[in-house]
Design a protein around this ligand. Structure first.
Ligand SMILES: Nc1ncnc2c1ncn2[C@@H]1O[C@H](COP(=O)(O)OP(=O)(O)OP(=O)(O)O)[C@@H](O)[C@H]1O
Ligand SMILES: [Mg+2]
Length: 247
């Protein structure tokens, strides 16, 4: 999808991929966080990065390390013995039972320092092989053990060929939890704004064709969360119906 009116956000993503570090995307439902995250992942692959992507889910937020497993499990499972040994070298070894699913060797809720630290080293080892993007969408629904690890990682990225991109809804109570607050404090934040009427109209017409008249486009635009009237080209009747100029 070609993203409209996201030039500044795309520049911030480009900078992240160039310079490494952390970036947070914040905004309400439907504002375009996943779309931006997707654009970053696409660009990262084109730049030759390893991309590990996961998303929090309301239904899975009780599963310890669910998001971490989404990130690493497949990569680890598909690696040959030599690559896997490199991934779990050094302190990363303490994360191996968790990521390789050797149940019984690590309690599923074990978010002890050794496991968190091991996961940090796993990320560092993966990044040492190939620059890495870790992208976590809907972080407000991520399980707390994964968030603890995310906060730990975010504060120790310096010098690693690794960037971390986190998208969240700031209005969700979980976004105010200690771990996510720490990540948010660590990072520059982009806050995509509601699209203008003309962009909403362009999307409406691309989707619906000519049946999307001016009035319908305006309805969609208002429903998209726009609070500002940014287009002066509407008819007088339409403007007064909408309370043109009202903020
Ligand atoms: N800048 C944009 N230009 C065109 N389409 C966009 C833009 N931003 C988002 N969209 C489209 O709007 C829809 C909603 O966007 P998206 O899913 O990224 O929102 P979100 O912020 O992730 O919402 P949620 O919090 O519910 O996950 C998607 O179909 C997406 O492709
Ligand atoms: Mg989303």
């Amino acid at each position: 999808v070609a993203l409209l009116e996201r030039e500044a956000e795309l520049i911030a993503l480009k900078r992240l991929l160039k310079e490494d570090g952390v970036l947070v995307i914040e905004g309400g439902a439907g504002i375009g966080k996943t779309a931006l995250l997707g654009a970053a992942c696409h660009q990262a692959k084109e730049l030759g990065r390893e991309v590990l992507r996961a998303r929090g889910s309301e239904l899975e937020s009780g599963f310890a390390f669910g998001v971490v497993l989404q990130l690493f499990e497949r990569l680890v499972a598909s690696a040959d013995t030599r690559k896997r040994a490199a991934m779990f070298a050094g302190p990363a070894t303490s994360a191996e039972p968790l990521v390789r699913g050797r149940s019984g060797t690590v309690p599923p809720t074990d978010s002890s320092f050794a496991v968190i630290h091991g996961l940090y080293w796993l990320a560092a080892n993966v990044a040492a092989r190939k620059p890495l993007l870790i992208a976590v969408d809907d972080a407000h629904w991520a399980d707390s053990a994964s968030l603890q690890w995310l906060a730990y990682l975010a504060s120790r990225l310096e010098g690693l060929p690794l960037c971390l991109l986190v998208a969240l809804r700031p209005a969700e109570p979980e976004s105010e939890g200690a771990a996510l607050l720490a990540v948010r404090a660590e990072a520059p934040v982009v806050r995509p704004q509601a699209l203008s009427l003309s962009a909403a109209a362009a999307i409406s017409r691309e989707t619906l064709g000519t049946s999307a008249d001016e009035e319908l486009c305006t309805v969609f635009w208002r429903a998209s969360g726009a609070t500002r009237f940014t287009c002066g080209s509407c008819s007088g009747a339409l403007n007064s119906a909408l309370g043109h100029g009202a903020r």
